[in-house]
Design a protein. Structure first.
Length: 270
């Protein structure tokens, strides 16, 4: 892909930001792309959404980095990887990419949950990057996090009914302290980072504005997947060396394809 212009403000994490991530489980408003790149990011989002078969909800498919070369290359933007390296160290791989969208007036919500309780990964050490494609705030359904909740370990979840949800479980909302909830407001082209144990969710998009973002999941090479649970799991080394070789290595996409369901193998794409 043609390289998108990087913000002149892109940098490395400061020590207070690293400490905030350890203490609160997130960092936000990290600059990556220059304002001149935003229209291209948004155009590509609409193109990706238009690729999907009629009736397919973009939120219900994943692993775009296996299917689409543009998404794969976007995940390797050095300015993004610099921030991730500051948290994970020199050796890490990508294993996930999801594009989340809420069109204006979308009444759906994402229940409170912890990512780590869905993932058969040990040790539990994944950093998720959330790249804002459009400006996102409380009015259009920005992600909300419960700061510091990652330090409590995996908490009890209960089943959620309804096929409108990508996730089938939630943390009881009555267990969430409102004073600990933070909205991850972002300008388009900025990213946030959050720990895989952080409780988070999002409210409906009650505005007349689009809300969309691309997530990228990264883990240090020591992290191993239980393939009996997730046989589709594949790793893509992005920096350093993989001295452990715990996980299968995915095939790099040559074309700009698209996933049609959750949990596909890279061999299914050109």
């Amino acid at each position: 892909m043609a390289e998108l212009p990087i913000s002149s403000q892109a940098r490395r994490l400061a020590e207070p930001e690293k400490e905030q991530f350890r203490r609160w489980g997130y960092v936000k408003n990290l600059p990556v792309f220059d304002p001149s790149a935003i229209s291209a990011l948004q155009d590509h989002f609409h193109e990706l959404n238009a690729m999907l078969p009629a009736g397919t909800n973009m939120n219900h498919v994943n692993n775009w980095h296996k299917a689409n070369r543009w998404v794969y290359d976007l995940s390797r933007t050095p300015a993004i990887l610099n921030y991730v390296e500051d948290l994970l160290g020199a050796n890490f791989y990508q294993w996930g990419a999801h594009i989340f969208s809420k069109f204006p007036g979308d009444g759906s919500e994402v229940p409170w949950h912890q990512d780590a309780q869905y993932w058969p990964l040990q040790p539990q050490k994944t950093v998720t990057v959330w790249l804002a494609i459009f400006d996102t705030d409380a009015s259009n359904g920005a992600m909300r996090v419960v700061r510091g909740s990652h330090r409590a370990g995996i908490v009890r979840h209960r089943a959620v009914d309804g096929d409108q949800y990508v996730l089938a479980q939630e943390v009881d909302p009555d267990e969430i302290r409102p004073e600990d909830v933070v909205s991850l407001d972002l300008k388009a082209g900025e990213i946030s980072l959050h720990d895989d144990g952080l409780i988070h969710g999002s409210a409906p998009n009650e505005s007349n504005r689009m809300r969309a973002g691309k997530t990228m999941r990264f883990s240090p090479t020591e992290v191993k997947c239980d393939l009996d649970v997730w046989p589709h799991f594949e790793s893509y080394l992005v920096r350093g060396v993989d001295e452990f070789r715990h996980n299968p290595v995915g095939k790099v996409p040559a074309e700009n394809g698209f996933p049609v369901r959750l949990m596909q193998m890279s061999s299914e794409f050109a």
